[in-house]
Design a protein around this ligand. Structure first.
Ligand code: G
Ligand code: G
Ligand code: MN
Ligand code: NA
Length: 254
């Protein structure tokens, strides 16, 4: 079966699932948030990671429907954890460009929050530079509306694109996610250390939260903390886990 046809089947049969990667307060190790990451429970090929299908989904007519489902499912899960007495933490959700183009993003998100009785600040939408560069004035107004409501807006893979800096002025943001390519060789490459230091300083100066991605070692963690980066995500703290396992981890972290 061709990938496009399989994606229809996956949507119809509910084969998508979300896994949750921890985001911690560096230094304390306490889990303060999570990023919901899409997986496809493929009937024949097993659990597929985004690398195997995301490029096909992004420009597929179903991207909008799957994106809606991700927002709804992440909000449902956050509310379920809250109601079960688990630590109440921020939920990060990646957006498809199609969701932005739909012109109903702000109302879709507001409705999902209301349906699950979640405060807007609990949700953080992650956008990539591709999305940022594609927005028109009407799209921007939707993000301003979400921002006014208190929904978090994080710039994913920050620093990798050529418009990262100019976007800071144009776009309503609450957080920068330092791309893991800068964290990987942080200890050995002076250029990477300089980029990370500059991103943290800009973020702190203009009042944005910062999170570093791809943290794998205690040395990277210590240097990031020294540079003023307070949140982190990466294999040092854990990979993306199914909801039940993530909840156990979050409970144990306090
Ligand atoms: O799960 P993994 O770490 O392999 O994710 C790879 C990339 O896939 C992430 O960086 C993210 O940008 C993208 N991705 C994962 N889940 C989603 C999702 O639900 N929606 C969108 N639009 N992108 C996602
Ligand atoms: O949104 P984004 O594309 O950044 O999604 C996170 C991606 O980064 C996922 O593909 C995940 O598997 C990967 N990832 C998360 N933590 C680490 C890490 O510590 N090291 C590396 N190499 N990859 C990571
Ligand atoms: Mn992301
Ligand atoms: Na990223």
């Amino acid at each position: 079966l061709a990938m496009r046809a399989e994606l229809h089947e996956a949507t119809r049969e509910g084969e998508f699932v979300l896994h949750y990667q921890p985001q911690v307060a560096i230094g304390t190790g306490r889990i303060v948030g999570t990023e919901a990451l899409l997986r496809w429970r493929h009937p024949r090929r097993g659990m597929l990671l985004p690398g195997a299908f995301l490029s096909h989904l992004e420009d597929h007519p179903l991207a909008l429907e799957v994106g809606h489902w991700v927002v709804e499912e992440a909000c449902r899960q956050a509310a379920a954890w809250r109601d079960a007495g688990h630590p109440f933490i921020r939920m990060g959700v990646n957006l498809f460009a199609a969701q932005v183009r739909s012109r109903t993003l702000a109302s879709d998100v507001a409705m999902a929050l209301r349906r699950h009785r979640l405060p807007p600040g609990m949700l953080e939408l992650e956008i990539t530079e591709t999305i940022v560069l594609g927005v028109d004035e009407a799209d921007l107004e939707q993000f301003r509306e979400l921002h006014r409501q208190g929904v978090g807006i994080a710039f994913d893979d920050f620093g990798t694109g050529y418009a990262s800096l100019s976007s800071l002025k144009r776009f309503p943001l609450t957080r920068l996610k330092i791309d893991r390519s800068f964290v990987r060789d942080l200890m050995s490459e002076r250029h990477d250390a300089a980029v990370v230091r500059a991103i943290v300083q800009i973020g702190n100066d203009i009042g944005l939260d910062i999170i570093a991605e791809g943290i794998e070692t205690r040395d990277q963690e210590a240097l990031l903390l020294k540079m003023g980066c307070r949140d982190g995500q990466g294999y040092l703290y854990g990979k993306a886990l199914p909801a039940a396992q993530f909840a156990d981890l979050a409970q144990a972290s306090g």
